[in-house]
Design a protein around this ligand. Structure first.
Ligand code: LIP
Length: 334
C-alpha cells in the first residue's frame, strides 16, 4: 500500500481556492503600486547581479501571499478534522490537517519555497507551496505589462496546482492536476503546431550575461530564425506568464535556462493540464512511442525548462539548446 500522501480532487480545489485568493491580494498591491508610482517611487535593489532586481513590492507581495496561505491552510478542514497552526524550527508550516496516508491518519505538513524569504530550502516530497510574488520584476520596475504573481503547489516534487495572476493584463490562469487549465474561468488548450516553420517561439536573456551564455542564446535564436525559419521569436519578462501563453496557444514553445522553481511550478501544471509538455533541457520529457508526456523526468530544481504544445517542437528546441551548450553556458559560466 502506498505510503505517499495523495490529495483528493475536493482537497485540490480547496487548496486552489487558497492560492487564488492569495494571488489576487498580491496582484491588487501590484496594481496599486502602478497607480502610486509617481508619488512613491520604487525602492530598487539588486540581488545576484546588477540585472537581478528586487523592490519593496516583491517583499510585500510575498508577505501577503505567505500570510494568506498560513492562515487559510491552518483553517483548512479535511473531513471533520480540525487543524492546528504553527511553524516548526525548519520553517515548515505545521498545518495539521490529519488525513489518511497508507490507510493511517497522518498530519499534513506543508512547506514553502519562495523567492524572497525561503529560497534556500531543499524541495521535499511534502506538499510545498512554491511562490514567486512578482515574476517579471524587471518588467515591473520598468512599468511593463509582463509581470505576475505565481503560486504553485508541488506534491512529491511534482506540480499539482498552479495560479498565475497577471494584474496588468487582467488574466488569471489556473491549473489543477486532472481538472484542466483555465484563463479567467474559460478552458484553455495548447496550440496544435508541430512544425518549427509555423511556430512562434519565446526565449529570454537570463541574468547571466557571460560571453558563453549570450553567445549560446544568440546562436539558438539565429538557428530558429534562419535554419527553421520560425514565424517569430518573442522575449517577455515573466517565465510564468510565458508558460501560460504556451498553455493558451498564443506561443507554441518557450524555453529558458537560469530560471528557478518559483518561476516554473505554477506554469508547469497549467501547461500540462492544457495538453502541453514541460521538459528539462537535459532531455525530452516525452515518450514518443506511447505519445505521452512523462512527468518524472522534469526536475523543478534543474533551473531550466522547455515547454511546448507538441513534443515535436520541444524535441527541436531541446536539441538546439544542447547543440549550443546553452544550459551549461547560462548556469555554469561567469
Ligand atoms: C524572471 C523570470 C524570467 C527570467 C528573468 C527572471 P523574476 O524571474 O520570470 O523568465 O528571464 O531573468 O528570472 O526574477 O522576475 O522573478
Amino acid at each position: 500500500m502506498s505510503t505517499k500522501l495523495t490529495l483528493s480532487p475536493t482537497q485540490l480545489q480547496q487548496l486552489l481556492s487558497i492560492a487564488h485568493t492569495a494571488a489576487a491580494k498580491a496582484a491588487a498591491l501590484i496594481n496599486e503600486s502602478f497607480e502610486k508610482r509617481y508619488e512613491q517611487p520604487l525602492e530598487i535593489e539588486s540581488k545576484s547581479s546588477s540585472t537581478d532586481l528586487v523592490t519593496q513590492y516583491d517583499k510585500q507581495c510575498e508577505e501577503i501571499v505567505l500570510a494568506e496561505i498560513d492562515e487559510q491552510c491552518a483553517l483548512w478542514l479535511v473531513g471533520d478534522h480540525a487543524t492546528q497552526k504553527g511553524t516548526d524550527a525548519e520553517g515548515k508550516r505545521q498545518c495539521y490537517s490529519s488525513t489518511l496516508v497508507g490507510g493511517e491518519e497522518q498530519p499534513i505538513v506543508f512547506d514553502v519555497l519562495s523567492e524572497e524569504t525561503r529560497n534556500d530550502v531543499p524541495l521535499e516530497d511534502c506538499p510545498t507551496w512554491i511562490v514567486d510574488p512578482i515574476d517579471g520584476t524587471t518588467a515591473f520596475v520598468h512599468g511593463g505589462f509582463d509581470c505576475c504573481v505565481s503560486i504553485g503547489l508541488a506534491l512529491n516534487k511534482i506540480p499539482i496546482i498552479g495560479v498565475v495572476n497577471c494584474p496588468r493584463t487582467n488574466e488569471v490562469f489556473t491549473g489543477v492536476e486532472g481538472a484542466g487549465s483555465f484563463c479567467n474561468g474559460r478552458r484553455i488548450h495548447v496550440s496544435g503546431c508541430t512544425h518549427m516553420n509555423k511556430a512562434l517561439i519565446c526565449t529570454h536573456t537570463s541574468y547571466n550575461r557571460s560571453t558563453e551564455a549570450i553567445e549560446a542564446l544568440l546562436n539558438i535564436n539565429r538557428k530558429f530564425a534562419t535554419h527553421y525559419r520560425v514565424h517569430g521569436i518573442r522575449t517577455y519578462g515573466a517565465a510564468a506568464m510565458d508558460m501560460c501563453s504556451v498553455a493558451m496557444g498564443r506561443l507554441d514553445m518557450y524555453l529558458e535556462a537560469g530560471i528557478q522553481a518559483w518561476d516554473m511550478c505554477a506554469g508547469t501544471i497549467i501547461v500540462r493540464e492544457a495538453g502541453g509538455i514541460v521538459s528539462s533541457l537535459d532531455k525530452l520529457d516525452f515518450d514518443t512511442e506511447k505519445n505521452i508526456a512523462t512527468v518524472e523526468g522534469f526536475n523543478l530544481m534543474s533551473q531550466s525548462m522547455c515547454c511546448a504544445g507538441k513534443w515535436q517542437l520541444a524535441k527541436e528546441g531541446i536539441d538546439t539548446c544542447n547543440e549550443f551548450n546553452y544550459r551549461h553556458g547560462v548556469l555554469f559560466t561567469e
